[in-house]
Ligand binder design. Structure first.
Ligand code: GLU
Length: 257
């Protein structure tokens, strides 16, 4: 069975200071369906945003952000657990820092944990360990974290479900004529150094962190698919039917059109 990583962003999972239950349920159904064809690892953001649903602290302050993550991580996990339980699927929480993937010994332990969880039919749900780590130990955003997870678990593809539904040839926020790029084989240095802030105040990533994740994966001959996290039909078609209508596929294997 092919192995894939699905990454979902904070803005997809939360809405008006609550967990976006319907969107989460849609994601859960997509994962349940995808598990018929793939081994699935979920990387989920949303701990800080979920924490804010219970406690109104300033997420820009270092300690407050950690407290929000500490409060929010169990909220996020129990929301997932309740929904996956409907389908009889158990979940496992894995909180990672850069240190967990910084040596052969560490990555081997991580790989063995993931393999064992998947072998037992459990869904691994990974997030960054925002709580007890120093800034030097953090990836900082889940786009790059999920690319590392895809690489070290030998997954074939990373699917990013985001409030950014693809890569455009111009910024769609200020250029209505911006066109989505369907396939990308190469990312230019200037695209990786552009300034681009996240759309949601709870997200750490934006288009640049996604491009960095894509470049990291393409360098190791893996693929990344960036698509709409609100309407999952693009992701479903891509994963289940092999149809690529919308969304951007970053791949060195498929020719750019
Ligand atoms: N780990 C953070 C959280 O769960 C999100 C990081 C990101 O948005 O990339 O809240």
């Amino acid at each position: 069975m092919e192995r894939i990583v699905i990454k979902v962003g904070s803005s997809v999972l939360t809405e008006l200071n609550t967990i976006a239950k319907e969107r989460m349920l849609n994601l859960v159904s997509l994962i349940v369906e995808a598990r018929k064809k793939y081994e699935v690892i979920l990387v989920s953001s949303g701990a800080v945003a979920a924490g804010y649903t219970a406690l109104k602290l300033d997420r820009d302050k270092h300690i407050s952000k950690k407290v929000l993550a500490a409060v929010g991580q169990p909220i996020l996990m129990s929301a997932y657990k309740n929904k996956f339980e409907i389908f009889g699927i158990d979940t496992a929480q894995i909180l990672l820092t850069e240190d967990d993937l910084d040596s052969r010994t560490h990555t081997k332990i991580f790989q063995q944990i993931i393999d064992k969880i998947l072998e037992n039919g459990i869904l691994p749900i990974v997030n960054e360990n925002d709580i007890s780590t120093t800034p030097e130990q953090l990836f900082g955003d889940n786009d790059q974290l999920s690319a590392h997870v895809a690489h070290y678990t030998d997954s074939d593809k990373l699917i990013i479900l985001s409030d950014i539904d693809g890569l455009y040839d111009a910024n769609p926020a200020d250029n209505p004529k911006a066109k989505m790029r369907k396939i990308v084989n190469e990312i230019k240095d200037e695209e990786l150094t552009q300034e681009f802030t996240p759309n949601s105040k709870f997200a750490s990533g934006g288009i640049v962190t996604k491009l960095k994740a894509a470049e990291y994966l393409m360098d190791t001959n893996k693929e990344m698919f960036l698509c709409d996290g609100y309407d999952l039909s693009t992701a479903r078609e891509f994963l289940m039917d092999g149809i690529h209508n919308k969304g951007t596929l970053f791949s060195k294997k498929v020719k750019e059109q």
